[in-house]
Design a protein around this ligand. Structure first.
Ligand code: ZN
Length: 305
């Protein structure tokens, strides 16, 4: 279909491209260590099963518009706002389009057609990710496992009527976390106890490693706290407050070290300039590899609490 109003379509397309990138690259205020958009292979030793056939229709639970594209039919949510450009967001639910009030539906359809490849690719990517997450959803039962400091940890779950409160006991060889539960304890209580234990371990490990890298870099930090941010592994304020995502505890110690070195290096350089990376490299020479590995770890692959 040819754009009905070519001049406006061109202007929109430009605005659109700028908007795409700003939303892709800076989903929120620019800070450190964004989680990857996609979830590549992370399960060592587990071959990827054949990917499902790519769907030709995309829906959205709250869709109010539909468009037929050559390769797919696409239902999406159209929202009007005071913004000045058309914005496209791919969420877990589907495509959401936000457009200024003065843009006609025909203009929006044209804009979608212009960007259909990007939209379809990203919707496919999201769908695959959701499917993978469902496949890898953890069963919270005896023998279940997840990664702890980069290695498999098995859960030993015992329920007994002689137990009055939940206790956790960690054993390093073989890596096991034993949990004793009262008979009537819920699955959520079980998850909470594992989460509490992981957070305690995270705090221990981070507190030990921070001073090591602070010394090497010659910086001092004011405080460390655990974060639960969905989009970043760590952050740091100019006042020296370090926030580290407790879920790093799933990863190998060197990845935790890398994030710590990265955040502390920000106390010297509050940016990602070559000077900043040189600081990181001075204390963590293999930072490029660590960065790549961290990018490959997707939140989708971690247990859900
Ligand atoms: Zn950073």
């Amino acid at each position: 279909m040819k754009p009905r109003v070519p001049s406006i379509a061109k202007v929109l397309q430009r605005a659109l491209q700028l908007d795409f990138f700003s939303e892709l690259l800076f989903p929120e205020k620019s800070d450190t260590e964004l989680l990857p958009q996609t979830a590549p292979d992370f399960h060592q030793g587990t071959p990827l099963t054949a990917l499902p056939k790519l769907p030709t229709s995309f829906t959205h639970p709250n869709s109010n518009r539909k468009i037929q594209l050559p390769d797919a039919s696409l239902e999406y949510v159209l929202l009007r706002s005071k913004r000045r450009t058309i914005g496209f967001q791919i969420t877990e639910e589907g495509l959401r389009v936000t457009a200024p009030r003065w843009v006609t539906v025909a203009n929006i359809d044209d804009a979608i057609q212009e960007k259909q490849q990007w939209i379809i690719n990203n919707l496919n990517e999201r769908r695959k990710r959701t499917e993978r997450r469902l496949e890898t959803a953890m069963r919270w039962e005896d023998g279940a496992s997840f990664l702890f400091l980069g290695q498999i940890l098995n859960l030993r779950i015992q329920r007994s009527d002689s137990v009055t409160h939940i206790t956790t006991d960690y054993q390093e060889e073989p890596r096991e976390l034993s949990i004793q539960l009262p008979l009537d304890a819920s699955e959520q209580q079980l998850k909470d106890s594992v989460k509490t234990w992981l957070q305690k371990e995270a705090k221990n490990v981070f507190s030990k490693r921070l001073p090591v890298y602070a010394d090497m870099l010659g910086v001092s930090y004011k405080s460390m706290s655990l974060s639960n941010a969905a989009t970043r592994w760590g952050s740091c304020t100019s006042q020296g407050k370090i926030h580290l995502n407790w879920r790093l505890i799933h990863f190998a110690p060197e990845l935790i070290d890398y994030v710590i070195a990265h955040e502390l290096a920000h106390l010297l350089e509050m940016n990602h300039s070559p000077r900043f990376w040189a600081r990181v490299e001075s204390v963590f020479p293999d930072f490029k590899r660590a960065r790549q590995r961290l990018k490959r770890h997707a939140s989708a692959e971690l247990p859900v609490f």
